[in-house]
Design a protein around this ligand. Structure first.
Ligand code: XIL
Length: 377
């Protein structure tokens, strides 16, 4: 692997940033510009992080505090993290994150209550390992949501209540719900119930439906059918989260522009909830093609080439981020938040694909400068 020493890297980054049209990553006083303050009048700017054994360094914490005004726990509020077995709750990392955000006046998004991933199989097992009955599954769903939402009541801006309920296999003529444990045990109304349970505990928290690839094609059509029904049935849903796991080979600008308008027509707000733009390899929000644990081969093919990105690739990525941010601003009346899924190319779930705005040494990339420059007057 080619290794470039820190000063050289910084210098290259700076030169690339200077090639970008009319902007600087510093303000008139020479202070680095902040993402959050640049977009203060438009929408919140967030990132995903956790307090785990792989501790964030003081430099990283500073970067977070100076650039982001809202945080999503990347893993630490998921069912597996907080509720690994019946009657067992493990709050350590989630509590730490809430404390850090409160101390630093950073808002918090709860992620996620109901999902097919990172959710113990125990939820769906009845006596003797038999499939759980509908009544017991509803009781477990209620207890899970009541306990978690209740613990952080008043501290969470909004919850991703249901995550990724729509199938990848296209069928735009129907809601095309993914066959997860909750659907199997409860039936179609598990989504309605999840929103109801969250709302009755913390009526002031905004509640979201969150998914990937819903801005285009059949999955968009299915999302419209699902959301239209939820709204019609009086489900307390405030916004839809478009995850935004994009890549240089997947930049759905026009589809996104139209999709945001579609969601607005349903009376919903929109969050861009997990944005990244990979330079190489496979993007997308799917955990693995099969939905299970990724094999070493799958992981490698996702990451693409492990060579550092070229100047041209960094420029393409910068242009892509800028274009997305212009679309977001066009829709600032409905977009409430843009959250990046990680902090840097070292703190990302797509390692080796250089998807974020800071490089692995925490220096701003050309994409950072491009996002700042994309701010419209
Ligand atoms: C990812 C995390 O980033 C990884 O660390 C974890 O191993 C798997 O989950 N959609 C979501 C997120 O809603 O919760 C996922 O986060 C990425 C895709």
């Amino acid at each position: 692997m080619i290794s470039i020493r820190q000063p050289a890297r910084f210098y290259i980054g700076l030169c690339l940033a200077m090639l970008m049209p009319f902007h600087s990553t510093s303000d008139a006083a020479g202070q680095p510009r902040s993402l959050g303050s640049t977009y203060k009048s438009d929408f919140l700017i967030g990132m995903a992080m956790d307090f785990t054994s792989n501790e964030l360094t003081p430099t990283e914490l500073e970067l977070i505090k100076s650039n982001f005004n809202v945080v999503t726990p990347e893993n630490s509020m998921k069912p597996d993290s907080v509720h690994p077995a019946e009657g067992r709750w493990t709050w350590g990392n989630a509590d730490k994150l809430v404390q850090f955000c409160q101390e630093n006046k950073i808002q918090i998004i709860g992620h996620t209550l109901v999902w097919h991933g990172q959710t113990g199989k125990w939820f769906f097992k009845g006596e003797n390992g038999q499939p759980v009955s509908r009544d017991v599954a509803i009781e477990r769903l209620k207890e899970h949501i009541h306990t978690e939402v209740g613990r952080y009541k008043g501290k969470i801006k909004g919850w991703d209540v249901v995550n990724e309920a729509i199938n990848d296999k296209p069928n735009g003529d129907s809601e095309n719900l993914r066959n997860n444990g909750w659907l199997e045990a409860i039936g179609l109304d598990y989504i309605n119930l999840a929103f109801k349970f969250a709302h009755e505990v913390d009526p002031n928290a905004e509640l979201y439906y969150n998914d990937y690839n819903i801005e285009k094609g059949d999955k968009h059509k299915s999302s419209m059918l699902l959301l239209k029904r939820l709204v019609k049935e009086g489900v307390p849903i405030a916004a839809v989260g478009i995850q935004g796991h994009w890549g240089l080979n997947n930049l759905p600008y026009d589809e996104l522009d139209a999709a945001i308008a579609d969601y607005k027509s349903l009376g919903l707000k929109v969050n861009i909830s997990e944005m990244d733009v990979v330079i190489t390899g496979q993007g997308g929000g799917q955990l693995t093609p099969a939905g299970g644990a990724a094999s070493a081969h799958e992981r490698d093919s996702r990451r693409g080439a492990r060579t550092p990105p070229t100047a041209q690739q960094l420029k393409q990525q910068a242009d892509a981020y800028a274009t997305f941010f212009k679309i977001f601003q066009k829709h600032k009346d409905v977009i409430e938040r843009v959250t990046l899924w990680g902090l840097s190319d070292a703190r990302t779930w797509r390692p080796g694909q250089a998807p974020l705005l800071f490089d692995a040494q925490n220096s701003p990339k050309p994409a950072f400068a491009a996002v700042i420059a994309a701010k419209q007057p």
